[in-house]
Design a protein around this ligand. Structure first.
Ligand code: GAR
Length: 188
């Protein structure tokens, strides 16, 4: 039996779905045991249902001021936590419970274009505004600061002169789908 994986997500959850799909027949490597989301109406919740993965929702306040998330992770026996399109800062308290067992994906080449406010389309807009010739993905361990834990893996793609945030996001998503599940499997 592989490691028990929890996914935290905030919205659409196309990466979360890709991860659930990857692990659905790889229980000897890892099993997604729960998906937690910080919006009651996040589309990612429906995606989890499709795979029979139980879901838990919580508010920003509950994450920061209660142990609801901690208890949920514990009750499902989560051994490895994946932040997949998760837009809130992880409290230090929770980070400390998963040493070298909590990873995040960031849609750019850290250490550039990371930090507070740098998420989703904001990242791609900043990359284009800076005239970057390439962007990509960074998969890294989570620490108590935004986007600054040790880097596990990066992959690059070009930024085309005609790119908008949407076209660049689509190219970056392709890299995420290609690499994130595999990198998780190797990091578990
Ligand atoms: C992904 O591109 C992910 O890298 C990014 O949000 C997107 C979520 O898409 N994450 C961050 O910006 C975290 N700071 P998805 O919900 O379809 O997977």
């Amino acid at each position: 039996m592989g490691k028990k994986i929890a996914i935290l997500a905030s919205g659409n959850g196309s990466n979360a779905e890709n991860i659930m799909n990857y692990f659905k027949d790889k229980e000897e490597v890892g099993k997604v045991v729960v998906l937690l989301a910080n919006h009651d109406d996040a589309p990612v919740l429906k995606r989890a249902e499709k795979f029979g993965v139980p879901t838990v929702t919580f508010s920003k306040k509950e994450l920061e001021e209660t142990t609801k998330v901690d208890e949920a992770l514990k009750s499902y026996g989560a051994e490895f936590v994946v932040l997949s399109g998760f837009m809130l800062k992880m409290p230090e308290r929770l980070v400390a419970q998963y040493p070298n067992a909590m990873v995040n994906i960031h849609p750019a080449l850290l250490p550039k274009f990371g930090g507070k406010g740098m998420y989703g389309h904001h990242v791609h807009e900043a990359v284009i505004a800076a005239g970057e010739k390439e962007s990509g993905i960074t998969i890294h361990y989570v620490n108590e600061h935004y986007d600054s834990g040790n880097i596990i893996f990066q992959a690059k793609c070009p930024v085309e002169p005609t790119d908008t945030a949407d076209t660049l996001a689509a190219r970056v998503h392709e890299l995420e789908y290609r690499w994130f599940p595999e990198v998780i499997a190797e990091t578990l």
